[in-house]
Design a protein around this ligand. Structure first.
Ligand SMILES: NC(=O)c1ccc[n+]([C@@H]2O[C@H](COP(=O)([O-])OP(=O)(O)OC[C@H]3O[C@@H](n4cnc5c(N)ncnc54)[C@H](O)[C@@H]3O)[C@@H](O)[C@H]2O)c1
Length: 335
């Protein structure tokens, strides 16, 4: 692919696993330049440069100081891939410096921080998007379309499961994910964030109340989570997450409507109405990656990000109410 447009100039903040993944997509994009890498850890910058085959002479500039990075006039946008509790400050500083922001999930660990980020982006007329990649995946887009079409009637029950074999990430001292001051929570805050987001986006329902049973299993963060939810239309939801599974990954969502049911499974998507046969809709369409969509949004080629910051707020509202409920032992209002 070639382009005649002036490339958009992006920087990565946090050059670990996900920062490298985003950097690779920027390098492959015809309308974008990877202008800078920033990480507080020199070794992480070196590792990223090696993995991306970047040289000191021709590669992007490297920074260990965010203030210095944000002073650079030749950067249009920042991709944030740092530990969770740092996201709100990194978003705020980037927006205040006039940069567009693509932030990794979760956008914020509290609803107040999420609201402040959205307000600042609006005031500054800058794009703020979340790297919730499922919004751009053909399977989830199709599920969203089917539920929105009304063919399943009113969704009255949602059941959701995310099971992974990833307890090692949360063992004390293992990674920042094990430290609540940096992660803001465990498996529920981490992969669980994607699944709560899909529960809300595909259904289009607004959560009202949540009751949580959470088990830290000897760690400092949640590693097993069971939620019971009620939505504003009276529908109910059940959410389960475990990082102690023997299977590497199981992701299952079901949406039970008054006229039909839709199932999202690893094997694919299917739905059945009361009057029809089971249908396996085609979902081979192209996936739109967060970086591609972010660049298209800034360029005005699409009207808004595929994962708008409102979903960062809605997920933060649910996670915050769930942690509150786990502490109080009572159902808590989502708000
Ligand atoms: N969308 C997805 O599927 C997906 C998958 C994995 C991770 N993530 C998200 O990406 C983010 C990063 O996760 P990861 O797995 O890449 O973690 P990681 O530990 O591999 O990388 C994080 C990097 O941030 C750096 N860092 C920490 N504090 C910093 C600061 N103040 N300024 C600059 N750099 C700083 C660390 O040195 C490290 O290099 C998290 O929000 C995580 O939830 C998303």
């Amino acid at each position: 692919m070639t382009s005649t447009q002036t490339p958009l100039r992006l920087a990565i903040l946090g050059t670990g696993g996900m920062g490298i993944s985003h950097a690779r997509e920027i390098l492959a994009h015809p309308d974008a330049t990877l202008t800078a890498l920033c990480d507080i850890n020199d070794a992480a910058l070196d590792r990223a440069a090696t993995r991306l085959s970047l040289t000191a002479e021709t590669g992007p500039q490297r920074f260990t100081d965010l203030d210095l990075l944000l002073e650079q006039p030749d950067i249009d946008a920042i991709v944030i891939a740092t530990p969770h509790t740092q996201h709100p400050d990194h978003i705020r500083q980037s927006l205040q410096a006039g940069k567009h922001v693509l932030c990794e999930k979760p956008m914020a660990t509290t609803a107040a921080d999420a609201r402040a980020a959205i307000a600042l982006a609006e005031q500054n007329h800058l794009t703020l998007a979340i790297a919730y990649q499922r919004h751009g995946e053909a399977r989830y887009k199709k599920a969203h379309e089917i539920v929105s079409s009304g063919i399943l009637g009113d969704v009255r029950l949602i059941t959701v499961l995310i099971a992974q074999d990833c307890l090692q990430n949360f063992l004390p001292g293992a990674t920042w994910r094990a430290d609540p001051n940096l992660s803001g929570g465990g498996h529920f805050m981490d992969t669980g964030s994607h699944i709560v987001d899909m529960m809300l986006w595909v259904s289009g329902l607004e959560p009202e109340r949540v009751y949580a049973e959470i088990d830290n299993h000897g760690t400092l963060v949640d590693v097993i989570t069971a939620l019971s939810l009620r939505f504003t239309n009276g529908a109910r939801g059940v959410f389960a997450a475990t990082s102690l599974s023997a299977e590497p990954w199981r992701e299952e969502l079901s949406f039970y409507g008054t006229e039909g049911v839709l199932n999202i499974r690893s094997e694919g998507l299917s739905y059945q109405t009361k009057t029809g046969d089971k249908i396996y809709p085609r979902t081979e369409g192209r996936n739109t990656r967060p970086i591609e969509n972010f660049i298209a949004t800034i360029r005005g080629e699409v009207p808004h990000p595929q994962a708008p910051p409102m979903y960062g707020l809605r997920v933060a509202q649910v996670t915050e109410a769930a942690y509150k409920s786990a502490n109080s032992g009572q159902p808590e209002r989502v708000g």
